[in-house]
Write a protein that binds this ligand. Structure first.
Ligand code: HEM
Length: 216
């Protein structure tokens, strides 16, 4: 007998307990071929998380509309069901009572996919979750390692460029100064040779123009 619980309906066993556990309901296995046969608006089944549901009575009550459900008639709708963000609770409480016809036959389950409906397999799911967290952790660690390398290479490149610029500036400056010194020497000798006795008033001129001693 179906009764309302929370926002939806759940099944009650013969001794009056709510039947949440699928194993308790002794559901039959249903093959994929059988599910595929129920693919019309009047006879619409679909597989969600390993459970085979008759969604006929949900069609016109479904908040997301009937069209979207019909799109997956006779098919495994687990991925779109999850993508939209439905919770597993939704399957239990929003699905009209008696909609769960059976479990998808193990031979027809996608490899590596767990049936979330039985407890032992729910435990496996937990492990899967832990695996996912470990994988995500490892990935983020790898990402950080790669980023560290990128930052290190960028830092060394910047240092090399700065040092090269400094060296270049220093060499250019030295070259320019050398050329200036040579010019000053040349002018001085020219003036001394032609206009003055060595070292007389030119020294005064040098001081006047601020030409330092090291320039000679
Ligand atoms: C067969 C079992 C399903 C049940 C019991 C169910 C139940 C619900 C419920 C209760 C809502 C409104 C609140 C919520 O987002 O949880 C909803 C919304 C919706 N559902 Fe489903 N649904 C089922 C399957 C599907 C499937 C297979 C699809 C395909 C993509 C789907 C698409 C949607 C969409 C698009 C919305 C509207 C979401 C929004 O407007 O935010 N549903 N469904």
């Amino acid at each position: 007998m179906p009764v309302r619980r929370g926002s939806g309906v759940c099944q009650i066993s013969q001794d009056g307990r709510p039947v949440d556990d699928v194993e308790e309901q002794k559901l039959p296995y249903i093959t994929l071929a059988e599910v595929k046969r129920h693919n019309t608006p009047d006879d619409c089944w679909m597989i969600i998380h390993g459970g085979v549901y008759d969604v006929g009575r949900l069609l016109h009550k479904h908040p997301g509309g009937s069209q979207i459900l019909l799109k997956y008639a006779g098919m495994d709708a687990t991925l779109p069901f999850d993508d939209v963000g439905h919770s597993m609770e939704s399957l239990k409480y929003d699905m009209p009572a008696g909609s769960l016809k059976g479990l998808l036959h193990p031979n027809d389950r996608p490899a590596g996919k767990q049936d979330r409906l039985s407890e032992s397999e729910a435990a496996d799911e937990k492990d899967d979750g832990a695996d996912c967290i470990t994988m995500a952790h490892n990935r983020s660690h790898e990402c950080r390692m790669v980023l560290n390398k990128v930052y290190t290479v960028a830092l060394y490149t910047t240092i090399i460029i700065c040092v090269s610029l400094l060296l270049y500036t220093r060499l250019t400056w030295q070259y320019k100064m050398g050329a200036q010194h040579a010019m000053v020497h040349e002018i001085r000798h020219h003036v001394e040779d032609n206009f003055a006795s060595p070292g007389t008033h030119l020294k005064a001129r040098d001081d006047e123009f601020g030409i330092p001693a090291w320039a000679y």
